[in-house]
Ligand binder design. Structure first.
Ligand SMILES: C[S@@+](CC[C@H](N)C(=O)[O-])C[C@H]1O[C@@H](n2cnc3c(N)ncnc32)[C@H](O)[C@@H]1O
Length: 327
């Protein structure tokens, strides 16, 4: 039994309506069978209408619940090597289209991570093969981010003492020894541009790394990207929005510090995942030198030129913390 309401009046009405339904359903079906139309007295009709709307409402909630359980299902599936590739299939696309049809566009500011995933049709996006972003493309995205921040601050100015809702990690730039490539079922990935020695710095957060301290600002950024005017009029940009959604992760800025959403608007976002578990390729890069990810990634073994660079996301990203960011 899933209880989603605390509203006693609603519960009572629902029970009455269901009682009415269970007492009358047989006769209604019989009369409808005999005469071709149901003969229901006015009051009963109202009750039935209410029951039908309430059941519809409960179904909607169940579907939303199901969408929130999706990450859990993936985690369970991923334990089974055979099923790993079957994670993204047309079933997910159809399921997501259904979730989307249930979302109220006026309530966009409340959407959770998985509701956003559905609203932007990301399951459908992720079965497509996507091009490697060019340097111009990355620059355009970063420029757009800066425009967004200006607009956001105009919409909701920072009061004194408020910490910024989003900012860029550092002024520094860094040219990592990696290059992007198409990595089969994993989508785009990164490979070593030269031989890399164990212990070498492979990647670090730079002036392209964006930090969101508020989940809602991140949500607004996704909507801004989605609705950004494109070459074609009224064209919504699922491709970019879903990329940015999946390139974002949550971590703590400092031990015991606040949770933030992080994203790299450069090739760093294309680093795929490896795990020291069955069914996965081993990681060859680790974030941080000890047990703390300080946004610097080091080689944990010698890496040959051309080998894919992989890290275990679980070491730094909090995969189930979207709710804690209000998403
Ligand atoms: C940070 S992005 C990496 C870049 C991504 N491949 C792309 O083309 O945009 C993380 C996403 O890449 C995919 N991915 C990463 N590692 C993977 C793996 N080992 N197997 C399958 N997909 C993977 C998943 O879709 C994941 O959500």
């Amino acid at each position: 039994k899933v209880t989603t309401h605390n509203d006693d009046a609603y519960e009572f009405k629902m029970q009455e309506a269901l009682k009415y339904y269970s007492e009358n359903v047989e006769s209604i079906m019989t009369s409808s069978h005999e005469t071709g139309s149901a003969q229901i007295e006015t009051d009963g009709e109202t009750q039935l209408e209410f029951a039908s709307a309430a059941v519809d409402n409960e179904l909607r909630r169940l579907h939303l619940l199901q969408s929130r359980l999706m990450p859990l299902r993936y985690a369970i599936d991923a334990e089974d090597e055979e099923e790993e590739e079957a994670q993204i299939d047309y079933g997910d696309v159809e399921h997501e289209a259904y979730i989307k049809s249930m979302l109220d566009p006026d309530e966009w500011y409340r959407y959770s991570y998985w509701e956003l995933h559905a609203y932007f049709s990301c399951a459908a996006e992720f079965i497509k093969s996507k091009p490697i972003p060019t340097n111009e493309r990355w620059r355009d995205l970063r420029d757009y981010y800066h425009e967004f921040v200006k607009q956001d601050l105009e919409d909701w100015p920072l009061q004194e003492g408020m910490s910024p809702r989003s900012y860029v990690w550092t002024n520094e730039s860094y040219d990592p020894p990696m290059e992007p490539f198409q990595s089969g079922y994993k989508g785009r990935g990164l490979k070593a541009a030269r031989d890399i020695k164990e212990g070498e710095l492979v990647f670090k957060a730079t002036n392209n790394t964006i930090i969101f301290t508020h989940g809602h600002t991140w949500r607004k950024f996704l909507f801004a990207l989605y609705e950004r005017e494109g070459e074609e009029e009224d064209q919504l940009d699922s491709e970019t929005t879903c990329d940015v959604l999946v390139w974002s992760w949550i971590q703590r800025l400092v031990p015991g510090g606040p949770l933030v959403i992080v994203m790299d608007l450069d090739n760093g976002s294309l680093m795929n995942e490896g795990r020291e578990d069955e069914g996965w390729e081993d990681p060859n890069v680790k974030c941080g030198k000890d047990n703390w990810c300080d946004f610097e990634y080091y080689a944990i073994k010698d890496i040959k030129k051309g080998e894919e660079i992989l890290c275990d996301y679980r070491e730094f990203a909090m995969l189930n913390a979207w709710k804690n960011m209000g998403l």
